[in-house]
Design a protein around this ligand. Structure first.
Ligand code: UTP
Length: 297
């Protein structure tokens, strides 16, 4: 019998250098998607997937993440008095989750961030959900991984086809056979290969379901040339001793960790937002018109 998955680790201690100067004092995981911090979407996905306990890995300059998930009795009382129940509901959405915080003293890479959560996780399978990667699908991606794990009992990573020219930004899988549609056995996991050397266009995206044996491997994993402990390398080593599957995600992925992608995400979510969709659509149509006219001149 496989153990139930009830815990998630959300690494959010990175430096966010691609988003400087904004990230000098403010975490990129708190950047809004319209009106909601990115990391709130991640915690909601965990809740919708049936996760009960979450540990968020934070570091310097990340205090606002703790404040965001703390209750705010004064604000809540004020909204109650004004009978602003809709807003009240939005700020209480994840109040019933158990959210804990640990610190990664130096941003030594994703593998190190996950390793800091070892005591919290203990000897259980768990999910890792990156704090800047938003996923949307009918069934939440984390739930898809949990369903797969409950059938196989094996670690399973989410992968998605990305344009070949972008492959060197990702961990990439070298798939062998497709066991069932969308679930691959993997020969090798490679961190950031060049487009010429990439074994496929299936990139590891921000959700991982891992067995606790990963911690013993992370403990032994040496930092790479840039001084970071890579989670992908540890997963490749795990795959030598137990099966690790890759699950192809067919839903939408929004990477909010770089400027252009964050802006695009805001436009898409804005066009789906009851309050601002019409105004934003009119503005975009008008703007496109002006750009076209300028180009013709
Ligand atoms: P990224 O590589 O996207 O984040 O890591 P980064 O290092 O903050 O960004 P850049 O490259 O400097 O712009 C994915 C997630 O893992 C966390 C990040 O906070 C992010 O949510 N992370 C990364 C850690 O928690 N610790 C680390 O040492 C590195």
């Amino acid at each position: 019998m496989v153990k139930k998955v009830t815990k998630a680790v959300i690494p959010a201690a990175g430096l966010g250098t691609r988003f400087l100067p904004e990230t000098k004092a403010l975490p990129k995981e708190m950047l809004p998607i319209v009106d909601t911090p990115t990391i709130q979407f991640i915690v909601e996905e965990a809740k919708q997937s049936g996760i009960k306990d979450i540990v968020i890995v934070i570091g310097k300059g990340k205090r606002s993440i703790e404040d965001h998930f703390d209750s705010n009795p004064e604000l809540e009382m004020n909204l109650e008095q004004k009978q602003k129940n809709d807003i009240l509901e939005t700020i209480r959405k994840t109040n019933d989750m158990n959210i804990y915080f640990i610190r990664q003293s130096h941003p030594r890479g994703l593998g190190d961030a996950v390793y800091t959560a070892r005591s919290f996780i203990g000897n259980e399978p768990f999910v890792v959900m990156l704090g800047d990667d938003v996923m949307q699908d009918k069934v939440p991606l984390t739930k898809q991984l949990m369903d797969s794990y409950h059938k196989t009992g094996a670690s399973t990573l989410a992968v998605k086809k990305v344009p070949h020219k972008d492959i060197s930004k990702y961990g990439v899988i070298d798939p062998s056979e497709e066991v069932v549609p969308g679930l691959y056995n993997v020969k090798k996991f490679v961190e950031k290969p060049s487009p010429e050397k990439a074994p496929s266009d299936l990139a590891i995206i921000g959700r991982y379901l891992l067995t606790p044996e990963i911690f013993g491997i992370l403990e032994q994993t040496k930092p790479d040339k840039s001084g970071e402990i890579q989670l992908t390398s540890a997963i490749d080593a795990l795959n030598q001793t137990q099966r690790v599957f890759a699950h192809e995600f067919k839903g939408e992925r929004f990477d909010t960790g770089n400027k252009l992608s964050w802006l695009k995400t805001n436009i898409i979510f804005g066009l789906r937002h009851d309050e601002i969709a019409d105004g934003l659509r009119d503005y975009i149509v008008d703007l496109a018109d002006q750009i076209q006219k300028k180009a013709k001149k």
